[in-house]
Design a protein around this ligand. Structure first.
Ligand SMILES: [Zn+2]
Ligand SMILES: [Zn+2]
Length: 353
């Protein structure tokens, strides 16, 4: 992968009126493909970013499968890095030319108790890029300037797409904080969210072990290259008695949740990071018998974005090793197939290629 570098800053001189975009074209299962999309003009408070890279996430597969709310036709993609190439009215000039990562809430009401408390993720009226507003699987995208975060110099355009999932992890771990210095932390599930969670937990002072199935071998190896301790499980109940202070369940599986609830120490904390996507059976009596604190976090907040950017600027979280494949937009089918099969880790779409 690339670290950063000057090739990140090659933006086009003129913005065309139309661009090729990958979208959900119509309601129902499937129905995703390329289309011509009008490049919007920025409204007051908005900018146009030239998209440098956009990550594919499980949510995109759920939209393809008709399992996540969307409004078709819509351009998909919400893990976006870009360069600001045009400013709408009332936007500070200093944004022009900045290399950014983008918060995903295009619209929220700003008036409900949650918006006013700094939690737009809880707003009933939130509309996000990639599902209800045109997102980043296209070369140009409109986005409110309030959603922009300057990407640290050390973070490349491809790895930078992981800023968004890192902000979701930060929302789970730090608001409210669940990890104290010296805590023994068990992270279950060595996927993208698990490896980001493990690194963020370590940055908070945790002594971290990442657990995965032996079939997750290459992912556990990746965790080890980042200096993380790992354990490979053959079933849901081995691994010995770890008794961690904190369990971060990142697999979104019933087996992972059960394993974590059995492993966590009495009086410990259990953080649900992964999404199950359906009702599951799990031994929840452990919450009572062990007097656990059970927390989670839904998506991201402006505060969690700031924390994610700080972790990256400090070098506490490495993103580059997680990018396994970079695929041109026109070859999106190959990229979606790789994500669906769980090959590698994060597959990134390059809309400029
Ligand atoms: Zn996502
Ligand atoms: Zn609201």
């Amino acid at each position: 992968m690339e670290a950063s570098g000057s090739e990140d800053s090659i933006v086009s001189q003129t913005i065309p009126t139309e661009t090729v975009a990958l979208g959900k074209l119509a309601p129902g299962v499937g129905n995703i493909g390329l289309r011509q999309q009008t490049v919007p003009s920025p409204r007051p408070g908005q900018v146009i970013v030239e998209v440098l890279a956009t990550g594919i996430c499980g949510t995109d597969l759920h939209i393809e499968d008709d399992e996540f709310p969307y409004e078709a036709p819509v351009t998909m993609g919400h893990e976006v890095t870009g360069e600001v190439v045009k400013l709408g009215p009332d936007v500070d000039d200093s944004w022009m030319g900045r290399r950014v990562a983008c918060e995903t809430y295009f619209h929220y009401c700003e008036q409900c108790e949650h918006c006013r408390a700094g939690f737009p993720n809880r707003c009933d009226q939130r509309r996000s890029i990639g599902s209800k507003v045109d997102g980043g699987f296209a070369r140009w995208m409109a986005i409110p300037a309030r959603n922009l975060h300057v990407l640290p110099e050390s973070v490349g355009r491809f790895a930078g797409v992981l800023t968004e999932p890192l902000a979701c992890v930060a929302n789970c771990l730090f608001d409210p904080p669940v990890i104290n210095a010296g805590d023994r932390v068990l992270v279950i599930g060595p996927g993208t969210m698990g490896i980001l969670t493990a690194q963020a937990a370590r940055a908070a002072g945790g002594d971290v072990v990442v657990a995965g199935l032996e079939t997750d071998g290459h992912r556990l190896e990746l965790a080890e290259t980042l200096g993380l301790e790992t354990i490979g499980l053959t079933g849901s109940d081995d691994g010995g008695a770890l008794e961690p202070d904190v369990v971060c369940e990142c697999s979104g599986s019933a087996a992972g949740a059960g394993f974590g609830l059995r492993q966590v120490r009495k009086g410990g904390r259990f953080v649900q990071v992964g999404i199950f996507g359906r009702s599951i059976e799990a031994p929840l009596d452990h919450i009572l018998y062990k007097e656990l604190v059970y927390t989670s976090g839904n998506a991201s907040t402006p505060t969690s974005w700031s924390r994610a950017i700080s972790l990256l600027a400090q070098g506490s979280v490495q993103l580059d090793p997680l990018v396994s494949e970079i695929v041109p937009l026109l070859e999106w089918e190959r990229a979606f197939a790789a994500t669906r099969e769980g090959r590698g880790m994060k597959v990134v779409i390059d809309p400029r290629d």
